[in-house]
Ligand binder design. Structure first.
Ligand SMILES: Nc1ncnc2c1ncn2[C@@H]1O[C@H](COP(=O)(O)OP(=O)(O)OP(=O)(O)O)[C@@H](O)[C@H]1O
Ligand SMILES: [Mg+2]
Length: 268
């Protein structure tokens, strides 16, 4: 079953004036883009900086309205819905950001950060909320002692775990991860990818996973869409993308993937 569908999505931003250019231009961040995410699927979204990945993420989650095109969740078109109409769908779709720390209220403890969506969605009883927060913390591999800490008292990896905990607090169906681990070192990145995979099994999640890194998505994603200048120029299965990239831009991306075994390097 289709979980999420984008049909002919476009997003144009207003006039952008360069420092050295006399003429301002409109930015076509997403250009007549269509894609489908099946229930249970991990969809990777790769592409160079500025190609429109984050803009697309916001449109898919209904956090911004497209200039044209439609977005459907479980076949329900929510493109023109108001904020209050979006409420129920919002709880089903969450986001994990590149820099979780920047997205936290610095005056909130971990308990308050993870408890906030619960409170917003009607869990008024503080004891019940605390129990749910503790349960969620455990799911992301944090301990009870972290619950009263402030975000700046956590390591980068722990902050991203809190970001994931906040995203799963309402037990959503879909999580959009926008470059979630790019600031972490390789070992930690691997641990976090494993965590996402465990949560998928535990909670039945689907992911849209945005990154610059093709080697990560090839392992984690069922399918990979390559974005270039606001359009999807290629879509392949995760297993195939490293070997069977067709589009010249995807080949360029592949060429920048570090290869551990030098004997394989000549293939790129
Ligand atoms: N709010 C905005 N107003 C004007 N232009 C914007 C806005 N947000 C993004 N843009 C422009 O839209 C284009 C796509 O930006 P977007 O952030 O979606 O790219 P991205 O693929 O996520 O890049 P990165 O990999 O660096 O995060 C860029 O040219 C950017 O400057
Ligand atoms: Mg981005």
């Amino acid at each position: 079953m289709k979980l999420l569908e984008a049909v002919g999505l476009s997003q144009t931003y207003g006039w952008e004036m360069g420092w050295f250019t006399r003429n301002a231009k409109r930015v076509q961040a997403v250009n007549n883009l269509s894609l489908t995410l099946e229930e249970g699927e991990n969809l990777g979204l790769v592409g160079e900086s500025g190609c429109g990945k984050s803009t697309l993420a916001r449109l898919l989650l209904g956090l911004a309205k497209p200039s044209s095109g439609r977005v459907l969740y479980r076949s329900t078109d929510f493109t023109d819905w108001s904020l209050s109409e979006m409420r129920m769908i919002r709880s089903k779709m969450q986001m994990v950001f590149q820099n979780s720390l920047a997205s936290f209220n610095p005056r909130f403890t971990v308990e308050q950060i993870i408890g906030e969506p619960l409170r917003n969605y009607g869990v008024r009883n503080a004891e019940i909320r605390r129990a749910k927060v503790a349960e969620t913390l455990e799911l992301v591999g944090l301990e009870g002692r972290h619950i009263h800490r402030y975000p700046h008292e956590l390591s980068g990896g722990q902050q991203q775990r809190v970001g994931i905990a906040r995203a799963i607090a309402l037990r959503p169906e879909l999580i959009v991860c926008d470059e979630p681990f790019s600031s972490l070192d390789v070992t930690l990145r691997k641990q976090m990818m494993d965590l996402l995979q465990e949560l998928k099994l535990e909670l039945g999640l689907s992911y849209v996973f945005i990154t610059h890194d093709l080697s990560v998505v090839s392992r984690f994603c069922d399918s990979v869409a390559v974005m270039y200048h606001g359009e999807i120029v290629e879509k392949q299965s995760g297993a195939n993308i490293m070997q069977q990239a067709d589009h010249p831009y995807t080949r360029t991306l592949l060429a920048s993937v570090p290869v551990q075994d030098p004997r394989l390097r000549k293939n790129f």
